[in-house]
Design a protein around this ligand. Sequence first.
Ligand SMILES: Cc1cc2nc3c(=O)[nH]c(=O)nc-3n(C[C@H](O)[C@H](O)[C@H](O)COP(=O)(O)OP(=O)(O)OC[C@H]3O[C@@H](n4cnc5c(N)ncnc54)[C@H](O)[C@@H]3O)c2cc1C
Length: 676
Amino acid sequence: MFAWPQRGTLEATPMTTPILSQRQRAALAAICGTLVPSVARQDDPHGFFAASHEGTDLVPRVERLIGLLEDPLDRLRLQLLLSALGTRVGNLLTSGRFQSLQAMDLAAREAVLRGWAESGIQLRRAGFQALKRLVHVGYYAWPTDGRSHPAWRHVGYPGPLPPPETGFTPLPTLPVARDTTLDCDVVVVGSGAGGGVVAGLLAEAGKSVVVLEKGENPTAERFTQVEGDMLNTFYLDAGLMMTQSGSLPILAGSALGGGTVINYTTSFPLPEPTRVEWARRSGLGLFTSAAFEESFRRVSERVGVTTEYSDPAPRDQLLEKGCRALGWHVDVIPRNVRKCKQGLECGYCGYGCRHGAKGSTAATYLADAARAGARLVVRCEADRVLTQAGRATGVVGRVRRADGTTVSLTVRARAVVVACGSIYTPALLARSGLSNRNIGRGLRLHPATAIAGIFPERVEPWTGSIQTRYSDQFADQHEGYGVKFETAPMHFALPASAFGWEGAARYKEDLAKLGNLSIVGVLLRDRDAGRVATSRAGRPRVHYELSSFDIEHLRQGLRGAARLLAAAGATEVFSVQQPPARGTPGGTGWLERFGDAMDARGYGRCRNAFITFHQMASCAMGADPATSVVGETGESHDVKGLYVADASTFPASSGVNPMITIMAIADHVAGAMLQS
Ligand SMILES: Cc1cc2nc3c(=O)[nH]c(=O)nc-3n(C[C@H](O)[C@H](O)[C@H](O)COP(=O)(O)OP(=O)(O)OC[C@H]3O[C@@H](n4cnc5c(N)ncnc54)[C@H](O)[C@@H]3O)c2cc1C
């Protein structure tokens, strides 16, 4: 029996049963050697170009990462791909060469991988992207010598910082060591932006509340700032989840506090025109009501939304400079932080705040809940909502113990709130036997991509307040749909995952410029939807592709981002396409040529790197049960006493970073529950 590596101890846990066969492992080693080879370069003081995967534990690490893929189908796909590449016949069929990958020299292997990366066949592009992401993140997101890494030293990236002298007090949790049954008024499943708020408000109102959270309890010591370990510990499915076609990695938090523990603290209210659109789509007056506005006010106050701590990092200074030079819209981002030091360490906030300055639900509403006597259970995955005669009566789940074994937990309750986020909420409802056909439909992902710019001066994109400036210059291209510009901190995992690859030497050259690099992130408000399907085993599977309507907005946004970077002083720009389009600002027609190069590569289905930080709208709130999953109070149309209170209730995409809107909806749902 394979002993699953535990979150955050990827290297420490022995693998008792290998994930890959010997041949598959040999093919993986050949891929590692192709993506991370030693490259000759004269000016290489830290040995970054000379370094390769040899002498590191990259191959076993990638094997463990493959083992951590939650969906057996994802593992199987990679195993089959490695089997094909690892045999002569398989490689002949897939790459046209009667030689296994491991028998080829480096140039031939590069040619095979480039062929896959730019193939006309979607499956090959997806296979390449999945392996490239695992290998590059596996190599660059962990230190090679326990503390540092030649690539980190080359660009001056400090890696994990020394821990602060004072941390913060973690929340008290209820240990569950054996099969257990609990009774309460309300059981809340999922403790993020939605679940945390509902739990806090109901507990403070005197209800007995149990919170079930499948992630870990964040403690200051757990925030080690080693990127790979942080993804593995505090991100949903270890940060490895992808859409079914492989074109969009899905990033979400998984911890006591959910996404609010690791998110970037950007705290926008829902814009007025979007509220009107949502009211029209849903048939609900809620979204334009004064009561909803009051919910926004309350949650913003509780989590400490302010512009007091929005000093721009160098990345944001460049965004502002470019916008001002062009006469474009730019403004300050409000953030949910208190006493935030805004220094070097703030750039690490996407892996948790060790100072307790972030107004996550863990630091606010869940702390209120705990004070009011709520019981918080971590490492507990809810399997099913229990129902009787059309009414929710509780939840049954499993608690993971330290040794990897599980015990069962049954919670009997008068009401159940599901707030597992937009990917896992539909799966839990489907597993619980709800048959509403809208469950999982309507999913929006705010696909995010970027243009990178290289500047003559140091930018150090890993440092400074996490996000403080934005531009809505391209936000309303058609009926409120378009893109928002924001920056994001860049350590190594994001570029390792997103930068296009046209050969190992060029890839290293791109990474070597990280210290002087900034990005303009392009966050698409998507009009058209995907869906979350649920496999027979009850696992969510995400189907999502960009529509031509949404791609057109993205095209304009990417051109705008390149122009902005040029106006801010970038001397080179490149896209995160496969292979990257490259431009040198200056001279007539450079932007058109760059735009044409991007168009030639294309944007859909593994041709351009995207990532989703914002999953929404997969169990929409609406007046009509034929087109929605829950009604205005958040209660299911199908099962009494079963509520949903997370981003899945959005009637469409929000266009702004969604946390505060989720919290406002949760505040409203809690109020409605108390009234009923
Ligand atoms: C890196 C990153 C940066 C972001 N930055 C921002 C930002 O700056 N501003 C902003 O507005 N938004 C941001 N977001 C998005 C924001 O954090 C999310 O939209 C928000 O947290 C979603 O809230 P939710 O309640 O829907 O789900 P979540 O907050 O994701 O919470 C769901 C919780 O449910 C748990 N869970 C799932 N299934 C089960 C189960 N079966 N049993 C028990 N528990 C379960 C999960 O582990 C998770 O902790 C960011 C997201 C990421 C990943």
